[in-house]
Design a protein around this ligand. Sequence first.
Ligand SMILES: NC(=O)c1ccc[n+]([C@@H]2O[C@H](COP(=O)([O-])OP(=O)(O)OC[C@H]3O[C@@H](n4cnc5c(N)ncnc54)[C@H](OP(=O)(O)O)[C@@H]3O)[C@@H](O)[C@H]2O)c1
Length: 281
Amino acid sequence: MSRILIAGCGFVGAALARRLASENHEVWGLRRSPEGLPPGVHPLAADLCQPESLRNLPPDIDFVFYTASADSSAAEAYSAAYVTGLENLLNALGEQGQSPRRVFFTSSTSVYGQSAGEWVDENAPTEPEHHTGRIMLEAEGVLLSSTFPAIAVRLGGVYGPGRRRLIERVRRGEAGVAEGPPRYVNRTHRDDCAGALAHLMSLDAPEQIYLAVDNEPAEQNEIIRWLADRLGAPPPRTAPEAEAPSRRSGSNKRCKNARLKASGYQLIYPSFREGYGEMIK
Ligand SMILES: NC(=O)c1ccc[n+]([C@@H]2O[C@H](COP(=O)([O-])OP(=O)(O)OC[C@H]3O[C@@H](n4cnc5c(N)ncnc54)[C@H](OP(=O)(O)O)[C@@H]3O)[C@@H](O)[C@H]2O)c1
């Protein structure tokens, strides 16, 4: 049984908390409004951006998961949630004399700047153009240069129960497919985020960085057409390239999950078909 702190216990964090609590670990879920955490998870009200609210962390924590997310995509909000909040928590752990066996940070595939459909793995260059990726990378640096053993886990776009925006847009016939060359998106089902994090916690000699995405980088157009077909929705209209959501970011890369799989993790949802398929059943 381990003592586990999940800081920023939201969509991913709460799924992880539920899973770990059900495995009889003692789990604390920290967030500003900690009502409604899964049964068996100790709520901890604190603001990661207010160091004084982190003065009384539970003692003797074995594992820390930093799964907070920014309130908006503005640079200030990103820096606060991913860099300042993480620094504050690491400082608080140090000041309290804690020595967690590992600190995990849920990073993002946005750290890659590749935009021509390249395959990327954990060793690929990380030269993001957008501030969101640059700030994530800065946070990874804070984590990996800390005195604690640490792992950055780069998640793809997280989807799962309750996150139905794309499904509902397709159902209403509002999601257009983009013209132009293929553009790939990378996804991670919420339960694979939680599953991969729990799995990595159990490894004796993990690497410092893992890409946790499903097996199949997919074209957004393909996902939209597949959903429309399954939902019996109107065929998606063809949208000018600039209007399609996946085209606006400029991001276009295919992330490999070979390192995660070689470490022994078996995906629950190997592609968007299994994940969305279950959500629209
Ligand atoms: N969602 C995605 O598509 C995606 C993709 C790649 C990577 N990720 C990464 O995965 C992680 C989890 O994402 P998610 O979708 O689970 O996010 P989420 O549902 O928004 O949950 C984030 C949690 O952080 C808490 N939080 C935010 N600011 C805080 C603060 N200052 N102090 C304490 N708690 C704070 C929020 O609760 P309160 O508001 O109550 O404080 C919320 O419960 C994030 O690190 C995110 O960057 C997500």
